[in-house]
Unconditional design. Structure first.
Length: 134
């Protein structure tokens, strides 16, 4: 999985880490929401797992491209706080992916990052879902 240190630092700050960011966070509009379209919470799935991303009240733009009310997805796998091997970055503006996971239970959650990979304020974070891989 390809990850970026900037995303990990930003996520660390979001989830209570002590990393200080030099920039202010980009505001998110009221009602903005990230969500996982599929798989559904509680689903039992086969590998590779197709994950479709949803976003309400904002748009998608690749990392490095700054437009108001836009961002790009980060997929958190089996983590509450960032770990470099558990964050998948979608800096080209992708809205779905496939991942291969070990058999068993896993959690998935989306976090929108701004053009600099920093979470918005307030964060646009999906509900965490749990799936079981056969």
């Amino acid at each position: 999985m390809r990850t970026y240190l900037v995303a990990a630092l930003a996520l660390g700050t979001l989830f209570g880490g002590s990393v200080a960011l030099a920039q202010e966070r980009t505001p998110s509009p009221a009602g903005a929401e990230a969500y996982i379209i599929s798989p559904k919470d509680g689903a039992t799935v086969d590998n590779p797992v197709r994950v479709q991303f949803g976003l309400k009240g904002m748009g998608i733009a690749p990392a490095g491209i700054k437009f108001d009310n836009t961002g790009h997805h980060h997929l958190l796998i089996d983590t509450d706080a960032p770990a470099s091997d558990k964050i998948v970055h979608f800096g080209k503006g992708q809205t779905e992916t496939t991942v291969t996971l070990t058999p068993g239970k896993h959690t998935l959650q989306l976090l929108l990052g701004d053009s600099n990979h920093v979470p918005h304020s307030p964060p646009v974070l999906s509900k965490k879902i749990t799936i079981t891989v056969k």
